[in-house]
Design a protein around this ligand. Sequence first.
Ligand SMILES: Nc1ncnc2c1ncn2[C@@H]1O[C@H](COP(=O)(O)OP(=O)(O)OP(=O)(O)O)[C@@H](O)[C@H]1O
Ligand SMILES: [Mg+2]
Length: 305
Amino acid sequence: MGVEICVEGLTKSFGHQVIWQDVSLTLPAGEVSVMLGPSGTGKSVFLKTLVGLLKPERGSITIQGRDITRLREHDLYEVRKLFGVLFQDGALFGSMNLYDNIAFPLREHTRKSESDIRRIVLEKMDMVGLIGAEGKLPGEISGGMRKRAGLARALVLDPEIILFDEPDSGLDPVRVAYLNQLIVDLNAQIDATFLIVTHDIASARQVPDNIGLLFRRELVMFGPREELLTSGEPVVRQFLNGRMQGPIGMAEEKDAAQVEQELAALVDRAPVEELTPRLLPGPGIPRPPRWEAIARREAALRANA
Ligand SMILES: Nc1ncnc2c1ncn2[C@@H]1O[C@H](COP(=O)(O)OP(=O)(O)OP(=O)(O)O)[C@@H](O)[C@H]1O
Ligand SMILES: [Mg+2]
């Protein structure tokens, strides 16, 4: 069931610009994790590093006992089959219609017959509400439809690891609600390990088992959703509440004295709020018990109490 990803001491730079350093976290097998962080903190770079598209300067990424930062291109190609990835820009081929775009990984990585491919492609298109749009080119449809086509394409190979970069950006609120339910249902059904980058706090509160936050070139926190949602850490609280007051500024960093003043003024008006309930799988979809997740969550809640 799913595959664990263990990241240790990971550092990524472009030239002299350090994007993030010493990032360590474990994405537990079969669980849903969300990565948050202000724009430009390197969330997309993190996903691309996990699939081996970008090479980190330091650290390791262990999947099924192998450090993928050290694999040769041929072995990496094999490991990539475990992944289903939705890139932030959708990354559809502009000259191919939606059907061919979604069929592409199956034609590239499997020897399935065209009739099998057709069944799988239509099933995934139905799942994301795109039936009828098979013949459309990416340039002829809305941004939200492109996003959903990217989602369908990420799912056709029945991946063990699913990485979604802002699957909900460009979707209307009702579609975001459907998408969140789809993610929770999928996770219960296929047991893949999910990492989702999002700016949507409501989704981050309801969907994942775990939440991480990148800020100022570091992973500020990564842990059970309950731990982050009840955390008193100023960066975490500011981000999860979408407030201007706190360490995160428009240009990312703020003057320490100003932060202190803002936080002092906030104290009375911002009690620790109640936990948003987790979104459950739809009727008829049993969620397999995740004993490890439950144990970690309870430890986190005890530590906070
Ligand atoms: N291939 C690249 N070469 C050089 N710099 C890059 C490259 N890709 C990303 N960067 C830089 O890395 C930083 C982080 O970019 P990234 O796209 O990961 O941010 P993000 O957290 O996903 O932001 P957003 O929330 O806006 O999508 C940015 O400063 C960006 O300019
Ligand atoms: Mg991004």
